[in-house]
Design a protein around this ligand. Structure first.
Ligand SMILES: C[S@@+](CC[C@H](N)C(=O)[O-])C[C@H]1O[C@@H](n2cnc3c(N)ncnc32)[C@H](O)[C@@H]1O
Length: 347
């Protein structure tokens, strides 16, 4: 896959391209639209923008490249889910940044990678001075508000976690936070992601990585209530329903990287961290009780619904499964997923 550099000022670029045009672009760049680029008349298979100004549609853009194969959605419902989920996470953990991680200095630099709508970063920014720097990175900033409305200490950047980090951020951060990138990790191997997260950190900097414990998840029901439809839909989301031929076919047809049919990396991550430039890695686990089970359940049904719309594309089957699953939830059943938080320090 070739990378082309477009080095025109944004003001000029925008006459020819919008950001949406550029994402995952495959095509011929017309001569008149690519003066000063290295891509004249060439087929673009991957696009990297190196912009002279840092404001495109109100957003700071460092890098954008390759096709975005994210399996969930970025519409208003998806963003609302992230917001609700954030407050449930915070309520369960009792912190945003783990208390083992020192944060009490003024020029603190924090990165939130795969930031989504930036809700974690917004919440952190409220307790940090304006001299702290908070940077959000994501392959898409479609869920983020305009730069003009961001708190003074927050900056947002487009960055694909599988690409080399922007050079100005190598060894830059005291803390790197990442949450809920199970669908991003490919081939049951977190190491490519981890290697790039490590590059962002200063020596001695901390990584906090928050995930759902997909393997230990279960369906809890009050006695006598079925949870089979919730089980089926959550199995679809996890991609481990290997006995369901329809599902396997859909995965193959989707040609999307849902390769996280295997999540065993989560059970090896502590060792992987310690073997890959981190030290003193600790895993903290969190479980919620039945009291909040329905609230969490609805988060996971919503997540599945995004996945079903985006990947399965079998609306009639999915509508039926959702209706049955939510009937079970109303009767007293819930998807329960413990949460995992790794805290580790770069050597
Ligand atoms: C489930 S959301 C989590 C958002 C946020 N961390 C939170 O906890 O609210 C996953 C995020 O990963 C982002 N993402 C997907 N693939 C990515 C990639 N290759 N590089 C960077 N971010 C990616 C998506 O755009 C999405 O915003």
């Amino acid at each position: 896959m070739t990378t082309r550099y477009l080095t025109k000022p944004v003001s000029t670029l925008r006459k020819s391209f919008t950001m949406d045009d550029m994402k995952g672009t495959t095509g011929i760049v017309p001569e008149d639209k690519c003066a000063n680029t290295h891509a004249t008349g060439d087929k673009i298979e991957s696009v990297e923008l190196r912009l002279n100004e840092d404001d495109v549609n109100g957003r700071s853009v460092e890098l954008t490249s390759k096709k975005d194969s994210y399996v969930l959605m970025r519409d208003c419902n998806a963003s609302t889910r992230l917001t609700a989920q954030h407050y449930l996470w915070k309520d369960l953990l009792g912190y945003l940044i783990h208390p083992d991680i020192p944060t009490g200095f003024d020029d603190l630099k924090i990165a939130d990678v795969a930031t989504g709508n930036g809700i974690w970063l917004h919440d952190v920014s409220r307790s940090k001075s304006t001299s702290a720097e908070l940077h959000g990175f994501d392959i898409s900033l479609d869920q983020v508000g305009p730069k003009a409305w961001l708190p003074a200490n927050i900056r947002m950047h487009i960055w694909n976690i599988f690409d080399e980090p922007p050079p100005q951020f190598i060894g830059y951060f005291d803390i790197v936070h990442v949450r809920l990138i199970t669908v991003v990790v490919k081939n049951n191997d977190p190491q490519p992601v981890l290697a790039n997260l490590a590059k962002l950190l200063k020596p001695g900097g901390y990584l906090q990585w928050d995930e759902v414990d997909t393997i230990s998840s279960s369906i809890k029901t009050v006695p006598g209530v079925s949870g089979s439809s919730l089980n089926k839909l959550y199995s679809q989301l996890k991609g481990n329903n290997t006995r369901d031929d329809t599902w396997v076919t859909l995965i193959e047809k989707s040609r999307v990287h849902t390769t996280d049919c295997h999540f065993s990396w989560k059970y090896r991550l502590t060792e992987i961290l310690d073997e890959n430039g981190f030290t003193g890695s600790l895993l903290y686990t969190y479980e919620y009780g039945h009291g909040l089970a329905r609230l969490w359940n609805d988060i996971y049904v919503s997540t599945w619904k995004e996945f079903a719309n985006n990947v399965l594309k079998t609306p009639r089957m999915s509508e039926d499964l959702e209706r049955k699953g939510m009937e079970e939830a109303r009767n007293g059943a819930a998807i329960m997923t413990p949460k995992l938080v790794w805290v580790t320090r770069k050597e």
